[in-house]
Design a protein. Structure first.
Length: 542
């Protein structure tokens, strides 16, 4: 055997495993089963209105049991349930009798645990001060975060002084620890400060405008919020402002900047990367930012972590909260036709899509109703933001992505699996072989599905022939598919196939490139590789 032949034999099992799954990028705040939530001080902890703090839980699967503190409930796939949480972080005062005066440490965290994947949105509300965030599951948190530059807010944070008046006080970093004892460092070129946290504790610290703080690093994963309890937006009215920061990554990314409210006035991007933090204005001509750090959009009342091109998803949960809610959708110009809202296509004229200058993306916003909560794409990936308005002030967050695997059949929770088993066996053994992996010998009973499967098959796998789920009835001699009692009406036979009833009783598909994956009737006892398939799990659309 030649070395090349030996090598291709060694590679064979690897090539045969076709996992049709685009991994959901780890920077996405997507589904999970374990979360730690905090609610930042909203306006002021002494404010006479009591906080209305909630988490909204959306289940991806039936029989999902969710525990929030001591409350629990069982949800079905697609169902969203609201849980009240009566905890708000305290005013950040410098602790004069503590060993570490720059941090205020407390135990005011809430655990949310489930037995199957859920997505979790936090809603902080006090009177008209409303903010939302999608909570990152514990297993996707990072140990390093870039600190955004402090936005310049008229009338607020004029001078960097640590005052007890919230409106004049500086921004805060809120560092949320999970289930292990931890040491967290907040630092930059001018020095660092450090805090030790016990499990499930949270630390708050200042970020002064004139400080050169660059990043938060921790021994174990943490979540980091960037927040101001009472930032002015207009006419001396202040509101809570916060964003849950994405874990830092060092690869170069292109962040797409959607035009909110169809204008760019008062909008800037807070950019932080290694060695630099800066606030950059945005414009219609350049609606993107390239950076190896993170990017948060700022406009009065709103801090919105941006989604990068590398981090697009194909199905999102958007849950209507409050009075006026929109989904802002960002998609490639040539892919607008595939956008679906629930079970219907999004109907938009071309002029309702706004170009993102300097990119091949366009954006539109869609009003949400209470019963629409899934936005998905049939064939491509996109970014979706959830944006709401409360008394003319925006709030919002990137919508949580359920997956990054587009599928024309719906919103994919678990992608389909298509796998060519590496052992050539008989047709009957092939049926059993797929079953042992909880899959089925693939039935290509419609032309659309046949094309779909063939588009995913490798041209050069080394496998020449696979069994598919079609054979003749030994009683009537009629062809039938394993997954259907309907008669076979769409076929893709090779020239000269099938032969007579006395010929081959089972159907194989040729993977030889030149033959366009045609079918032949074959002796069922012949050995070929089983083509196994498992349906995707789809989210209910209404
Ligand atoms: C020190 O801090 C604790 C709790 O943080 C507080 O209860 C106590 O009153 C403080 N002591 C002084 C002398 O300020
Ligand atoms: C937080 O809880 C731990 C034990 O779980 C306790 O030792 C500690 O004193 C608490 N800290 C505060 C600030 O309440
Ligand atoms: C709540 O907001 C309304 C309207 O902005 C304001 O009139 C009212 O005084 C606020 N309530 C409290 C308790 O601050
Ligand atoms: C920032 O400003 C405060 C108050 O004006 C001052 O005390 C502090 O030294 C300044 N820090 C730096 C790094 O310049
Ligand atoms: C959505 O689009 C409409 C029409 O273009 C516009 O009037 C509205 O302000 C937009 N809303 C948001 C939140 O972008
Ligand atoms: C849209 O354009 C991108 C490249 O910009 C290309 O990869 C993609 O296949 C195109 N989609 C369609 C539906 O033509
Ligand atoms: C795909 O087939 C290979 C080889 O038979 C097997 O090892 C692997 O477990 C299969 N993968 C899945 C997801 O079924
Ligand atoms: C094949 O049969 C199915 C139902 O049995 C039907 O929906 C489909 O239109 C038929 N296709 C053709 C090409 O006749």
């Amino acid at each position: 055997m030649s070395p090349e032949a030996r090598l291709s034999l060694l590679l064979l099992p690897l090539l045969l495993l076709l996992l049709l799954q685009a991994p959901l990028n780890s920077a996405n705040a997507g589904p999970g089963q374990d979360f730690t939530v905090v609610f930042p001080e909203n306006i002021a902890d002494y404010h006479p209105t009591s906080p209305e703090n909630h988490v909204w839980v959306t289940a991806l699967y039936d029989d999902t049991t969710v525990t929030v503190d001591s409350q629990d409930d069982t949800l079905d796939a697609g169902q969203t349930e609201r849980f009240h949480i009566n905890l708000e972080l305290k005013k950040l005062k410098i602790q004069s009798n503590s060993s570490n005066p720059s941090f205020l440490v407390s135990n005011k965290t809430t655990k949310v645990i489930s037995n199957k994947d859920i997505v979790l949105q936090a809603v902080s509300n006090k009177n008209n001060s409303l903010q939302t965030a999608v909570i990152i599951p514990t297993d996707r948190l990072g140990t390093k975060y870039f600190i955004p530059p402090v936005p310049k807010i008229q009338g607020a944070t004029i001078r960097d002084s640590i005052t007890s008046i919230n409106e004049r006080g500086p921004f805060r970093l809120i560092i949320v620890n999970t289930d292990q004892d931890n040491t967290v460092t907040v630092g930059g070129p001018a020095g660092t400060r450090q805090v030790s946290l016990k499990k499930n504790q949270v630390a708050q610290t200042w970020v002064l405008q004139n400080e050169s703080l660059q990043e938060v690093t921790a021994e174990k994963p943490v979540a980091v919020l960037f927040s101001h309890p009472c930032a002015f937006h207009q006419n001396c009215i202040c509101r809570l402002l916060y964003a849950l920061l994405p874990p830092a990554t060092s690869d170069m990314k292109k962040f797409l900047v959607p035009p909110l409210f169809n204008d760019w006035a008062q909008t800037s991007v807070l950019l932080s990367e290694t060695g630099s933090r800066r606030e950059e204005p945005c414009s219609a001509n350049q609606a993107f930012i390239d950076t190896a750090g993170s990017a948060v959009l700022y406009r009065p009342g709103l801090l919105l972590p941006l989604v990068s091109e590398e981090n697009l998803g194909s199905c999102f949960v958007v849950k209507s909260i409050g009075d006026t809610n929109y989904a802002v959708i960002v998609v490639r110009k040539n892919e607008t036709a595939g956008v679906q809202i629930g079970d219907a296509a999004l109907n938009r004229d071309i002029q309702q899509w706004q170009e993102l200058g300097g990119t091949d993306y366009v954006s539109t916003n869609v009003s949400l109703t209470a019963d629409q909560n899934i936005i998905w794409h049939k064939s491509s990936k996109m970014a979706v933001y959830f944006v709401g308005r409360k008394d003319d002030v925006l709030f919002g967050n990137p919508a949580p992505a359920l997956s990054a695997t587009p599928d024309s059949r719906g919103c994919v929770v678990v992608p389909e699996v298509l796998n060519i088993s590496s052992d050539p066996v008989s047709w009957q053994e092939s049926v059993a072989s797929c079953q042992t992996r909880d899959q089925k010998l693939a039935s290509l009973s419609s032309e659309a599905f046949r094309r779909h499967v063939c588009s995913k098959l490798p041209r050069e796998s080394g496998v020449k022939e696979v069994w598919i789920g079609m054979r003749r009835s030994s009683v009537t001699g009629e062809w039938y598919w394993l997954d259907s009692t309907a008669s076979v009406n769409e076929t893709h036979w090779d020239e000269g196939s099938p032969g007579t009833v006395d010929g081959g009783q089972c159907v194989s598909m040729s993977l030889k490139n030149s033959k366009d994956f045609v079918w032949q009737d074959q002796d069922c006892c012949k050995a070929a590789n089983p083509l196994c398939y498992r349906e995707p799990v789809l989210m209910p659309l209404s």
